[in-house]
Write a protein that binds this ligand. Sequence first.
Ligand code: ZN
Length: 55
Amino acid sequence: MPIKFICKDYGFDCDFVTTSKDVAGAIEEYSKHSNHEHGIEYSKEILMQFIMRKG
Ligand SMILES: [Zn+2]
């Protein structure tokens, strides 16, 4: 199952959605996005927890 980070889900008024097919890629993509666009640096551990919480 592809993992997607949907920026809106984290409370941003933003239409960004990751396109990577694998978890590592999606994490990489989203952490770059949040860093550049929102000035927030999520650690990989935190993003991993976001994924797990969604089940
Ligand atoms: Zn965003």
